[in-house]
Design a protein around this ligand. Structure first.
Ligand code: S5P
Length: 279
């Protein structure tokens, strides 16, 4: 079996049993897109317009649903309709970080009921393994998947060294629900104890901090190119926000479409170069 870095997304889909991981890999292969758009805008109309424009070019939409000022539950229904129309998965970037009981409530209940509609969500490993126990009690029966934040894209991030290693160990112990990481590179081999091997392990790596035109945002964000992320660091999905919808909340749909096409093409080219095939 070729190393994960050389396998196609569809070959990898066959090795996954978690429904969210499998569906994401299949969507990537079907649409020839490893691009996730992060839609961090505060008005429903902007949010839906951007997603309708970028829909054809993406595998995944990442949301911060709590920043939307005019939120009501019809937004979720419209997002779900767009996900069917354009064939993409949904990832609410909630970054859970509390005790198991609390995160289970935050995931299942409240205004947003995230587990009802988000195929994938994420959590900080800082509370330890009980955060996975809490979230999986809600998400696993619904076929959802969890990403652990093993690293961050920001300058001075504390998620390094032994923290990252422990995050990977927590994932290894919960492979039914933890489908991968938010990280800046592949995590294969990280945190292995004596006698352990990561052979056969295939965690997905979704990577934010991706931009083609600027290196940062003046607030700690650090950008790398799709080529650096996918080819040089072996990550699987590029997450791009402002690089696609710009400074004006995506007011110009043609400009948003052009950027989505550009990032999709760059991400896919880097993947083809990685696997050594234009398939
Ligand atoms: O380490 C991280 C983890 C995440 S999920 N760095 C990040 O930037 N993110 C998220 O990715 C962040 O919350 C934002 O929604 C997105 C990056 O947006 P951009 O506009 O800087 O591309």
């Amino acid at each position: 079996m070729a190393s994960i870095l050389k396998q196609t997304y569809s070959q990898r889909a066959a090795n996954h049993t978690n429904p969210a991981a499998k569906a994401l890999l299949e969507t990537i292969a079907r649409k020839r897109s490893n691009l996730c758009v992060s839609v961090d805008v505060t008005k429903k109309a902007d949010f839906l317009r951007i997603i309708d424009v970028v829909g054809p070019y993406i595998c995944l939409v990442k949301t911060h649903v709590d920043v939307i000022e005019d939120f009501d539950y019809s937004l979720v229904e419209q997002l779900q309709e767009l996900s069917v129309k354009h064939d993409f998965q949904i990832f609410e970037d909630r970054k859970f970080a509390d005790i198991g009981n609390t995160v289970a409530l935050q995931y299942s209940s409240g205004v947003y009921k995230i587990a009802q509609w988000s195929h994938i969500t994420n959590a900080h490993p800082v509370p330890g393994p009980s955060i996975i126990t809490g979230l999986s009690s809600v998400g696993l029966p619904l076929g959802r998947g969890l990403l652990l934040l093993a690293e961050m894209s920001t300058k001075g991030s504390l998620a390094v060294g032994s923290y990252t290693e422990e995050a990977v160990r927590m994932a290894r112990a919960n492979r039914d629900f933890v489908i991968g990481f938010i990280a800046q590179r592949r995590m294969d081999g990280i945190g292995l104890r004596d006698g352990e091997s990561s052979a056969g392990e295939d965690f997905l790596v979704l990577t934010p901090g991706v931009g083609l035109d600027v290196k940062g945002d003046g607030m700690g964000q650090q950008y790398r190119t799709p080529r650096e992320v996918v080819l040089e660091s072996g990550c699987d999905v590029i997450i791009v926000g402002r690089g696609i919808y710009g400074k004006d909340n995506g007011a110009n749909p043609d400009a948003v479409r052009a950027q989505a096409e550009r990032y999709r093409a760059e991400g896919w080219k880097a993947y083809q170069e990685r696997i050594g095939s234009s398939a």
